[in-house]
Design a protein around this ligand. Structure first.
Ligand code: GLP
Length: 233
């Protein structure tokens, strides 16, 4: 595990963007596993700046996002497909057909089955970007009795609903379920880049990196990944 300690969110975002850019430069047809939430926005902005400066080419890049709310379609401003289009994809030369987010409008069996099949077809994720939930969740893998394996439908915990309510008009509008890649999908990525900033994440980050490996803190399994980079402030 490599841990980079940044001064603040801005520096953490620059570091994360540099690592993602390096991945694309070294392997232009990389499969990137991408994340939503507020954490990666700064890194995405820096990637866009690199693209605009002619330093980065996304034309062969493929992406697989971690998760999507059940019931939200690609046009819904609170959905993760919409988020990715607006925060990154619309601003770089990535081919939209090479970008993948679970389909929130399909039923769980179909949406999750299709997503696992897509993951399989990509040949594996080269670099998986992760944020961290306040309860140690990654993707939408909430604290549980067991580590999950493949893409599945989850019931969101109260704390996650509360934390994500800031993106919605009210807490009532936050979907109660989501589709997420499983822990095994995430752990299969060749490299993992975990970004966590702010005091509110300090406890979850500490437990994830230095606490016991337990499904009660889903991110703790990352300690077992052979190529984990952590960027925190
Ligand atoms: C959501 C996403 C996660 C993300 C988490 C933290 O629950 N499903 O992938 O890591 O939020 O979000 P934030 O970066 O806004 O704190």
């Amino acid at each position: 595990m490599r841990v980079y300690c940044a001064k603040n969110y801005k520096e953490a975002s620059t570091l994360a963007a540099d690592l993602i850019a390096a991945q694309i430069l070294l392997k232009p047809d990389s499969v990137l596993g991408l994340a939503t939430g507020s954490t990666p926005i700064g890194a995405y902005q820096r990637l866009i700046a690199k693209y605009e400066a002619g330093e980065l080419d996304f034309s062969q890049v493929k992406t697989m996002n971690l998760d999507e709310y059940r019931g939200l379609d690609g046009e819904n401003p609170n959905g993760y497909r919409y988020f990715m289009n607006h925060q990154l994809f619309d601003h770089v030369n990535i081919k939209k057909e090479n970008t993948n987010v679970p389909d929130g409008k399909k039923d769980p069996t179909q949406a999750c089955g299709e997503y696992d099949a897509k993951l399989e077809r990509t040949g594996g994720i080269d670099l998986q970007l992760l944020g961290l939930g306040h309860n140690g969740h990654i993707g939408f893998n909430e604290p549980a009795e067991e580590f999950s394996k493949t893409t599945h439908c989850v019931d969101l915990s109260e704390s996650t609903i509360e934390a994500n309510a800031r993106f919605f008009d009210s807490e009532d509008e936050v979907p109660r379920q989501a589709y997420t890649m499983g822990i095994k999908n995430i752990m299969t990525a060749k490299k993992i880049l975990l970004v966590a900033t702010g005091e509110a994440k300090a406890d979850a980050l500490y437990k994830s990196l230095y606490g016991p490996i337990t499904p009660n803190v889903p991110a703790s399994i990352l300690q077992l990944h052979p190529d984990l980079t952590v960027v925190a402030d």
